[in-house]
Design a protein. Structure first.
Length: 231
């Protein structure tokens, strides 16, 4: 029998196996599995973009003196919104010290403040020097301005001074002092005055003790239970 005849006699030999087709059902299954993941990723991307507002688009700092710089910030409050420029004053963080002497009185300092063109009554205070921690500054300023050495130091908190205009922070402390050092002489232009808590409240009510950072420090000391004020 010839080869041709043999092929005709065996129909199976003439059947060619069809080429394999892509598993479209499997691909669709994978796609449907990935869709929720892609949806979550896209949602997170959108939310992340939305919560990035307001955002600072530019910042320029102009040094005015060794103590003060003017900062101009360009702010975009929402997607597509116009950008607005806001100015603030950058200066150093400082400390405010509410001290209590061994006999229960509070040291105040009277000095002339050019910014308000007037004399003020305040708690001892001062700028935190570079490389100096706030508690050390508080003890140093208290001693320099009042002559009272620190015995126990209690941190009251770190707070914004004026969030609308100033970028610095005030570090508030209550300090229990030892006796005033002998023959103490305050810094030039500074007069030390000792008052009782009751007298301090009277000064507040009369508007003679009115620095907001000092009033905030006084409130913190009262809230934390370090100083009881007369009602």
């Amino acid at each position: 029998m010839s080869q041709i005849e043999n092929d005709r006699a065996d129909p199976a030999a003439a059947v060619v196996a069809p080429a394999k087709t892509p598993d479209r059902l499997g691909a669709r299954s994978v796609l449907w599995t990935l869709l929720p993941i892609l949806g979550v990723w896209l949602a997170l991307l959108i939310v992340g973009y939305a919560i990035s507002f307001p955002r600072i688009t530019s910042r320029t700092t102009t040094k005015i003196s060794p103590w003060v710089a003017l900062v101009a910030r360009e702010v975009e409050f929402s997607p597509g919104a116009g950008r607005e420029i806001y100015h603030s004053v950058m200066t150093f963080d400082y400390v405010v010290v509410l001290a209590v002497t061994p006999d229960g009185r509070v040291p105040l300092v009277r000095q002339y403040r050019p910014a308000v063109e007037d004399f003020t009554l305040e708690f001892p205070a001062g700028i935190i020097d570079a490389g100096e921690d706030a508690a050390t500054t508080a003890c140093r300023e208290l001693l320099e301005e009042t002559g009272f050495p620190a015995r126990k130091v209690y941190p009251l908190g770190v707070n914004k001074t004026d969030a609308g205009r100033l970028s610095n922070r005030v570090h508030s402390y209550l300090i229990e002092t030892a006796a005033q050092i002998p023959d103490f002489k305050p810094e030039e232009g500074v007069i030390t005055r000792l008052v009782t808590p009751s007298e301090l409240v009277d000064l507040v009510l009369r508007g003679e003790f009115d620095a907001q950072t000092d009033l905030g420090t006084l409130l913190l000391a009262n809230i934390h239970g370090y100083l009881k004020l007369p009602s």
